[in-house]
Design a protein around this ligand. Structure first.
Ligand code: USQ
Length: 401
């Protein structure tokens, strides 16, 4: 299959590109290096020493004999996007080419509007390029579980059957996203749904939970293929951050009471889910939604799991309690349906089997690269980015560990 990977230099994009290339698909990568630039602007970096995209692609070719085409440019530029679709003629498009950070989007008006323009306009250009040049292609779009928020009812996969005043319909599940970034994904979902209804495009929205992990079967083939691993406030997610904090010996940054519950999955499961989706495409005109995660944890559960795993390696780790910089529910109901990918054959990896070997031990190898200043949370949902104001206020007795 000819597969176009948007955001091919990113955490998921690079891993997905190698995964599909290894399985014989023809790959083209699109990237504008925005993540690398935003790290430069913020004085942060990947924990792992990633190579340039050109070096990665060259190394992949040397090791496997497989070629990946590269298009360097910005999806918000219509001429660029149109050129890519006209030339490569993808049969499937895996769209990761977006800003994925809730905290970054909440820094100020500029980062909020930039996240909107980058994500929503880029995605609209992809939809128009599909309509005009590759109308039979299948869009596999990375959405987020965060589109739903945390309602006090079970979260369905994209749609809900509603009976209202004696009439019934199957309608998009209500959305209550928790950041400007998450809002962009909601806008994308509406735009994609419209494009499927009106232009008969086929699309699958993968409403993914929080991804963790570093290595994949392909990235370990050679050090030049190593994947990015972010742990900073803007681009690092809670679990990745906790593992780095455990290794460098600072109390884990649990925000608020820690009852915030989300779906989680290993990066290897992301790849399997995307493959299952590509091999079982949506029908023309169909807008499918899969909830993509394998396990559900509260932030508190994660912190104690990391504490226990670190102890196995002789590391004493405290669970800290930080004033929550976000506006979010800290104790809430959370039960999200996620059966469609399991029905297609997904075999999940579980966190308890991964933490010690594939996370903490691996992170310890790059301990010297940690930028301490990147860890303290300074972006507040109500006031934007602050100087170092948020302090560690207490540490939890390790009774639950
Ligand atoms: N949190 C902490 N301590 C930290 C960082 C975060 O307690 O040091 C808490 C947050 O307050 C939040 C929860 O952990 O309640 C999850 O935050 P996160 O930063 O791990 O993840 P989130 O902001 O939700 O975003 C991440 C990805 C995003 C993806 C989303 C899936 O960055 O691209 O869309 O996970 S989901 O969470 O299902 O919306």
């Amino acid at each position: 299959m000819r597969i176009l990977i948007l955001g091919g230099d990113g955490y998921l994009g690079w891993a997905t590109a190698m995964y599909f290339s290894q399985r014989g698909h023809e790959i083209a990568l699109v990237d504008n290096f925005l993540r690398r630039r935003l790290h430069l602007e913020r004085g942060t970096d990947s924990l792992t020493p990633i190579r340039s995209l050109h070096e990665r692609v060259q190394a992949w070719r040397e090791l496997t004999g497989k070629h990946m085409a590269m298009y360097i440019g910005d999806l918000t530029n219509w001429d660029f996007t149109a050129h890519v679709f006209r030339e490569f003629r993808p049969e499937a498009i895996v769209h990761y080419g977006q800003i994925p950070s809730a905290p970054y989007s909440m820094i100020n008006v500029h980062t909020a509007t930039f996240t909107h323009i980058n994500n929503v306009i880029g995605n609209l250009h992809v939809l128009y390029a599909m309509r005009d040049f590759t109308p039979d292609a299948h869009l596999i779009k990375l959405g987020t579980m965060g589109e739903y928020g945390q309602p006090n009812i079970d979260i369905e996969e994209g749609y809900i059957e509603i009976e209202h005043k004696g009439r019934k319909d199957r309608l998009p599940f209500p959305k209550q996203p928790g950041s400007m970034y998450h809002l962009t994904k909601v806008h994308d979902s509406h735009n994609i749904h419209f494009a499927c209804r009106v232009w008969n495009l086929r699309a699958t929205d993968l409403n993914q939970g929080v991804v963790y992990g570093i290595d994949t079967d392909e990235s370990v083939l050679d050090p030049r293929l190593i994947n990015r691993f972010d742990y900073d406030e803007a681009f690092g997610t809670a679990l990745n951050r906790f593992c780095v904090q455990a290794v460098i010996g600072i109390p884990l940054t649990v925000y608020g009471s820690g009852g915030q519950t989300r779906g989680y999955l290993n990066i290897r499961d992301t790849l399997a889910c995307v493959e299952l989706t590509a091999l079982n495409p949506a029908e023309p005109g169909e807008f499918r939604v899969f909830n993509q995660f394998t396990e559900q944890f509260s932030v508190r559960d994660l912190a104690y799991a990391v504490q226990r795993a670190a102890r196995e390696l002789g590391l004493q780790v405290e669970v800290g309690h930080y004033e929550n910089p976000r506006v979010e529910k800290e104790e809430h109901y959370y039960n999200a349906v996620h059966t469609r990918l399991l029905d297609l054959g997904l075999q999940p990896h579980y966190l308890s089997e991964e933490l010690v070997e594939t996370m903490i031990k691996r992170i310890a190898q790059y301990k010297d690269r940690v930028i301490m200043d990147a860890i303290v949370p300074r972006i507040r949902w109500t006031q934007g980015e602050q100087p170092h104001k948020v302090q560690l206020v207490a540490t939890e007795p390790s009774a639950k560990a």
